[in-house]
Design a protein around this ligand. Structure first.
Ligand SMILES: NC(=O)c1ccc[n+]([C@@H]2O[C@H](COP(=O)([O-])OP(=O)(O)OC[C@H]3O[C@@H](n4cnc5c(N)ncnc54)[C@H](O)[C@@H]3O)[C@@H](O)[C@H]2O)c1
Length: 303
């Protein structure tokens, strides 16, 4: 198959590109390198430097069977301070991408959404059919993208797969709570600042499992439009994440909490996804939280 991955030089996109290329597909990565790195892109994938918000990619999409759309501004915290950026890079860029898919005759789009579209869900684990009430601008922008994926699927027959990811972590990630802890500890191994009261309780999944879930949904989805939660079956408190990161770095710092039940504006304090649907396709988590964090900390230490 000919497959285009937008954001394929970034964290999750590059791992997905590796897997798609390994499976024998012709893979083209489109990325503007605003956050990603060219060296992340698999050698057997083609790389095109383009900004999908500003430039048309209709030509590049000619003859493409599927587009995995990951290019985005993934920063939840920053979306409170600069709402226009997440709206443009997520909602507008996705609308333009879907327009290019329509014009280019693409048959299938996989969109990487997020658990934060649910906001402060009262049903935990939260199933896919729970109402979406985002509490962050990032979440709102991603929900707008989902709505367009649904309308393009139903109006133009472009099959759309929406993946609602929990917190994904692992090698090549340059953001998120573990990345933040690691770099704070590098600067000051004696004290670690933890945003909020440390009791935020959420699901974290290693990127290897995120990629296998995405491919399972891509290959096995039957409906023209469908949504899949992807996450671990257990949640973990932020202070426990801090302990595992410290253990991996062989450090015993004092924890200093900034206080409050949320780490930042728009932070969801309790998140666990109901993953029965993706598991019914044969997917299961293979990497435990401890093993995943240890692998990630090792990788960070080598950078
Ligand atoms: N990491 C997570 O925990 C997580 C959780 C839920 C959803 N997601 C979603 O998964 C996707 C990938 O996230 P990630 O963590 O790998 O982020 P990332 O920042 O590592 O990757 C995003 C990539 O998109 C590229 N990009 C951004 N804007 C672009 C544009 N206008 N044109 C072309 N390329 C552009 C960046 O250079 C980067 O390589 C995003 O859509 C994100 O919202 C991530």
């Amino acid at each position: 198959m000919k497959i285009v991955v937008t954001g394929g030089a970034g964290f999750i996109g590059s791992h997905l590109t590796d897997a798609l290329a390994r499976n024998g597909n012709e893979v083209i990565v489109i990325d503007n390198l605003s956050a990603g790195k060219k060296e992340n892109v698999a050698r057997d994938a083609e790389f095109i430097a383009k900004d999908i918000l500003k430039e048309s990619i209709v030509q590049e999409l000619a003859g493409t069977d599927a587009v995995f759309h990951l290019a985005a501004d993934p920063d939840v915290r920053a979306s409170a301070e600069r709402p226009a950026k997440s709206f443009e890079l997520n909602a507008i860029a996705t609308f333009r991408l879907l327009e290019s898919c329509r014009k280019g005759g693409v048959k299938h789009v996989v969109f990487t959404s997020t658990s934060v579209v649910y906001g402060d869900a009262e049903t935990v684990p939260t199933p896919e059919n729970y109402p979406c009430t985002p509490i962050s601008n990032y979440g709102a922008s991603k929900l707008a993208c989902e709505a367009y994926c649904s309308s393009y699927a139903n109006s133009y027959g472009i099959k759309a797969t929406v993946m609602r990811y929990a917190n994904i972590f692992g090698e090549r990630s340059n953001h998120g709570v573990m990345y933040d802890f690691f770099h704070k500890l590098k600067k000051n191994p004696k004290e670690l600042e933890i945003l909020g009261d440390g009791n935020q309780d959420k699901s974290y999944l290693h990127v290897e499992d995120c990629v296998s879930a995405t491919l399972a949904a891509f290959e096995k989805q039957e409906k023209i439009y469908d949504v899949f939660n992807v996450g671990s079956s257990e949640k973990q408190k932020v202070k426990k994440i801090a302990e595992i990161v410290c253990g991996g770095m062989k450090l015993k710092p004092k924890f200093r909490y900034t206080g409050g039940e949320r780490g930042w504006v728009g932070d969801v304090k309790l998140m666990l996804l109901d993953t029965k649907k993706i598991r019914s396709l044969g997917w299961k988590q293979n990497v435990s939280l401890e093993e995943g964090i240890n692998r990630y900390v090792k990788w960070l230490s080598k950078q």
